[in-house]
Design a protein around this ligand. Structure first.
Ligand SMILES: [Zn+2]
Length: 187
């Protein structure tokens, strides 16, 4: 998932921050994510089913509508760790799954729901976004769908306002494959 800064006033507000590397997470931050407080686990328990259901519904539509990866994209998918790139479908659509607990989709430019990658039309030809989302495919393959959702929600809740580890991983791996830094993002 990638949060785009697409409004001038927000861009201005984030300009200074985006010109720098996001602040590192502290050991305390990482320890918190590794062992979330019981009240946070309860929130995840409450939020995860609805999020998974929305993810599954979106996945079913996008797998049927999307295109397979090209040969070059398949190579990029393997480079970021995707085990089954032939399963991936890219679905260019202006209609993303609606808001679900823990997420605001308003500024999301790409969304991976499993093997389906949703991409906004304005970003249909943005390799950096596709490779970023392909890393999320690999994360979901490695972790499983439900653990991925729980982990994403946990990081979002506990590290609110920071660039979360799952996104740091996706950014680092995609930038390494493409050999260039990605466009601006909020963190
Ligand atoms: Zn992402």
């Amino acid at each position: 998932m990638r949060f785009l800064i697409n409004k001038p006033i927000i861009l201005f507000a984030f300009l200074a921050a985006c010109s720098q590397t996001p602040p590192e997470l502290s050991a305390q931050d990482l320890a918190l994510v590794a062992s979330p407080p019981p009240e946070v686990l309860a929130r995840i328990d409450a939020q995860a089913p609805a999020f998974l259901a929305a993810m599954n519904a979106a996945e079913a539509v996008a797998l049927g509508q999307g295109r397979p990866l090209t040969a070059a994209e398949t190579a990029q998918a393997r480079a970021v760790g995707v085990q089954r790139p032939e399963m991936v479908r890219v679905w260019v659509t202006s209609k993303f799954p609606g808001d679900t607990p823990g997420f605001s989709f308003r500024q999301v430019g790409g969304l991976t729901t499993g093997y389906a990658i949703h991409v906004r039309p304005k970003l249909a030809d943005a390799p950096w976004l596709l490779v970023h989302e392909l890393r999320h495919v690999a994360q979901i393959e490695e972790m499983g769908r439900e653990p991925f959702v729980r982990r994403y929600l946990t990081e979002q809740i506990l590290l609110k306002g920071q660039l979360i580890p799952l996104e740091r991983d996706a950014i680092a791996r995609s930038e390494a494959v493409l050999g260039e830094s990605s466009p601006d993002y909020a963190f």
